[in-house]
Design a protein around this ligand. Sequence first.
Ligand SMILES: [Zn+2]
Length: 834
Amino acid sequence: MRSRAVLLAILVLLSPTLPVTVNAAPAPPVGRGEEPGNGPERNEVAALDPAPGVAAAATGENRVEAAQGYPRRTELRVYPENPADKSIKLGLAPYHSLAPRLNALQQRSNRVSVEIAGQTGLGRDLYLVTLTAPESPAETRRQEAWRDKIENDPRAAARDGLLRIGYKTPVWVNANIHGNEWEGTDGALRVIDYFATTQDREALTLLRNNRVYLNLTANPDGRVAGTRQNSAGFDLNRDFATGSQPEARAMREMVRRTQPMMMLDEHGYVANTLIEPTTPPHGQNYDFDLYIKHGYANGLLLEKAVQALGHPEAAKPEIPFRDYPVGEWDGWPPIFTAQYAMYHGAVSYTIEIPMRVNGTDYDTQPVEELRRRSDINTDVVEATIRTTIDYVHDNRRDLIANQIEMFRRGAAGEAQRVLPDGFVPGFGPEDRYTTEFPRAYVITNDRSATAAARLVDHLVANDVRVRRADRPFRLGGREYPAGSYLVDMHQAKRALANVMLEAGADVSARVPVMYDIAGWSHRLLWGASVDIVRGGQVDVRGHDVTAAAPTGSVQAAPGQDLVLAVADGKDASAVNDLLGRGLELGRLGDGRVVVPAANRSAAVEVADRYGVRFTGHAGDRGAPLQRRTIAGAVAADELKALRDMGFEVRPVSTAVLNAGFDWSRIDVLLVSSGLRYADLNPAARTALGAYLARGGVVTRGATGARFNTEAGLLAARPVAGREDANGVISVENGTGPIGASALPHSFVYAPHWFTDLGAGVTVEQRYSGLVAGHWVARADGTGGQQDAKGQASVVSGTSAQGARVVLFGTEPLFRDHPKGLYAQVAQAVYWTST
Ligand SMILES: [Zn+2]
């Protein structure tokens, strides 16, 4: 299922060294068929599966060789049989059975090709299966040229009669992205079996005119372990704006490479089968007319096909666009597979198959009943795939024209169409979302070259075209130096560029409730300086880049001390790398880090590795800074972000501390999840008390604020904003250790603020207002945007015990996304432990 993003979640970690926590979860919306305890993913950390028999991950990508035709037979490595695979109980295909089966199918049929699309976190192969009639290398090259023409020369593509006849319309099926929603894989296998062996004339015609790509299981580690998340604890169907996880990056590459006309993302288990299109809000960057016309038409056919199976359990599919209230199943953020795929030209669907087999049902239902349900689910998956393939075949020309038109409008810089009421049945004012595309964005090194490079690399990885200026230029009334990056918004995938670079919108007034996040701006949250050029001529000499230019440098005379401003998570990575080599650095009062001249060669190395910039420094070397070790009661996403910054993190929880924890090497305790002071036993409190006399504390969110109160640290009363409020906020920064170098924007989910501040508590940051997202007050009027305005979102101070403490009411590491906020956490770690 897509599942509502409630912030607080039930967290169960199986490793004895990891925390076990239960947080209160807000009630899910009525009528969504969500199972409590299964939906929330924000803080849920997947069990770390030992993956018996998984070989070390092969590196390197398996990109299409233009010289190859089809079939592309790949001898897949076979994994040892794993009797613990959670698919087995359901009578479904365990992961280890897939490679032998695909190897046999490739031997048997010249219509089946398998490529390895990447590896999971635990090193399992991801299988991209292609169904197509055989092609010579020349035919494949021509297909590739047509695909390229559709995207990059859409005007010519629109006039190309041969393309219209000969282009094989691509369909992409994504299965099992949530590991414990298994049957997408099994339904896909049935379709693969059928097309591999059938002699049906129409089926063969279909494979001559279309290509069907199937990501057989998008989340093998989750499939085996029976978890929604991947092995790192991430919900992959929230990761498309960020690309934090290898499985999500593999999917991104699939959609980019195949450029599907239609796509299905097969999930479970909601209602009586759920078929998109979504409710509003619809992403304001879409050419919605091009999507909804076919999206709704095929949606209705999918409904009929599911009904025709004759299962009473799937007799009444729900189509959110038609059946649900506004916001209940929205299509707003580009974090979901289906909504992301639309930016690459797909008419896409999240499909939810009906019969629950996960959660408590998995453990409590008889095996026969589970298998009966899984059979029905597999039927539904198969019906949706086959119906969609047929739809694409029947509507080939129109779908091709549609995708060409989307890219043509982008390249021409045309305004979006404003759709009349009734454009499709039920389309009304509540469905109308549009935006204004700027003429260009300019990404500069003004604030951080490191952050600029990261943003450029991310845009390029998403198939956004970015140009690097060969010489200085003038645009929008400003001079830019050579080397600045330009995103010319007259480009095919301008909608994708804009959904990452625009601020977004505050949809609070238009939508009573949202399904997941409503704000995410890479421009405002990733730490780069980005100018918006509203109009005028864009004539910038330069070249399109495949990656940003290197940014690391050491700009100082030989023999001079070096200094690094910790303005980005990458700066922290460089500092931690140096500290990890046993070097002693210095920390200045303003947070900058001094590297003695004697360590210059190490500085040169890390400057290159992390793309950071050292400059010369004279005078005071600041307070000694050594390697910092964090005891972290944190969520999976935070753990990943901290470790990416090079911090050594030892996961802790109430249970871990109660079992006796060695504090001797800990410098900072970070609390956001899974630790409750009031539940600590006397021995654990005593040990913690001794630690608090010398070590630092950083907290985040409700759990962190409660820890601060119960442990009697800073005098600051936490106030909780509405639990589902989220988005990009503007902030006012103070001059303290955290605020001084912070961005003017931050991110919140279930925001907190701090009042009744004691003497000696410093306000690091205050809320100004919501820029983009969804934040309304509770029914009783509390917890809204207005209450938060001007309140302290981040504070720092020293406790009576002598511990330095920082309290975050924001979400600086949320889902590994807001990269530009990470330095605040690094500063908090360094400052509290200094
Ligand atoms: Zn799902």
